[in-house]
Design a protein around this ligand. Structure first.
Ligand code: SF4
Length: 365
């Protein structure tokens, strides 16, 4: 497989189609014999894959079987859920403890790991130790929408390999630049995109949109650039992709892309994903300054419910949310960062029910 290629396969037998894809890509030829292999899924929260947020265990099973059939035995799954959820719960609920039992692999919870610092220009990033303990990294992201960065896939998935404190710091730095820097510091050697049923609106899932597709590639920038277009965004809408390209992580020029469908009829048909930019209306209700993902997702979920109930239009003021409001005063805020506000919904992060009730009470006061 060449760096400018993306291979894809469609079907519903997720494990077998993943193996077929990896055989075609000859994944094993890219790995040095005896290498320690890290597989990085997306287990953002303890929710099953058909919810649209997490990597299907069947896809990871297909990767493991491909590796084992070619003599690789040192395989570990490395992941840390988002701030507010425990990775150990995600391993259980998302079917990864079962993978461990079945295949005798290791699970590494990055929320429990120590980290090392990698300097980059005038800043540095802290990365969990498990990253330098692997020789070959297979990234297995889910293509999803994201309330702050519009899309999340290969590049942003590396965020599960930093400590929770660093995730908060990334949000305080505006996400895009630190995500690009993180990808300069962590090399992903092979990417398998779970494009089976990602939620096109929310990183946390809940609205799965079925494509029944798995893709493979070598360049995370090229993959994200392609998926950005597929979701109806331009590269200007997702600045971290361009920043990663400028940092030398990969190529964002889609004119170089060679796309091939395995078991297709030889013609490449462009998939059309529904446009989901309705989130913009909800975003308009919030004044976000450096907000953690889980906090923002909860707010969007609560606003969506309020909109369905016709209550949202009664909210005339902007709601403040994010670390940028620490130590500041204001009218109405979400999360402990806004604890000095006249009204605020406590929690770090508060869940969507609490936010929903808090906004409803505020609107009806
Ligand atoms: S309250 Fe502040 S620190 Fe806590 S999750 Fe929300 S934005 Fe992040």
């Amino acid at each position: 497989m060449q760096k400018n290629e993306i291979l894809r396969i469609y079907g519903t037998d997720y494990k077998d189609m993943t193996k077929r894809l990896l055989d075609e890509a000859e994944l094993y030829t890219h790995i040095t014999p005896g290498a320690r292999i890290g597989i990085k899924p997306n287990l953002v929260a303890p929710v099953p894959a058909d919810f649209g947020a997490t990597t299907h265990p069947e896809v990871v099973a297909g990767i493991i079987e491909h590796l084992k059939e070619h003599g690789f035995t040192d395989i570990r799954i490395i992941e840390g859920s988002w701030v507010g959820d425990k990775t150990e719960d995600s391993f259980e609920y998302c079917g990864y403890n079962a993978l461990k039992e079945k295949y005798g692999i290791t699970l590494v919870d990055t929320q429990k790991e120590k980290s090392y610092s990698v300097p980059h220009g005038d800043i540095s990033v802290n990365i969990c130790n498990c990253v330098r303990d692997v020789d070959f990294m297979i990234n297995v992201p889910v293509l999803k929408g994201h309330c702050q960065t519009n899309i999340t896939c290969a590049l942003k998935n590396m965020k599960g390999l930093i400590p929770n404190s660093e995730k908060r710091r990334f949000h305080s730095m505006g996400l895009h630049k630190p995500i690009a820097i993180l990808n300069s510091a962590i090399k992903q050697d092979f990417i398998v995109v779970d494009h089976i049923c990602g939620d096109l609106v929310s990183e946390g899932g809940g609205n799965p949109y079925y494509s029944n597709c798995v893709m493979a590639g070598l360049d995370p920038v090229l993959i994200d650039s392609y998926l950005c277009k597929l979701m109806g965004y331009t590269l200007d809408d997702v600045p971290y992709i361009k920043l990663a390209a400028e940092a030398g992580v990969g190529c964002s020029d889609l004119s170089t892309l060679s796309m091939r469908t395995i078991d297709g009829d030889g013609t490449e048909k462009e998939e059309i994903l529904p446009r989901t930019h309705s989130l913009f209306k909800l975003k308009d209700k919030a004044e976000d300054v450096d907000t953690c993902s889980a906090c923002y997702e909860s707010l969007m979920e609560a606003l969506s419910r309020l909109e369905e109930e016709g209550i949202l239009d009664n909210l005339t003021e902007k709601i403040c949310i994010g670390q940028g409001y620490r130590g500041k005063t204001g009218e109405f805020g979400i999360g402990n960062c806004t604890r000095l506000f006249k009204h605020f919904v406590p929690g770090c992060p508060p869940d969507s029910d609490a936010i929903y009730e808090g906004i409803k009470a505020y609107v009806n006061k």
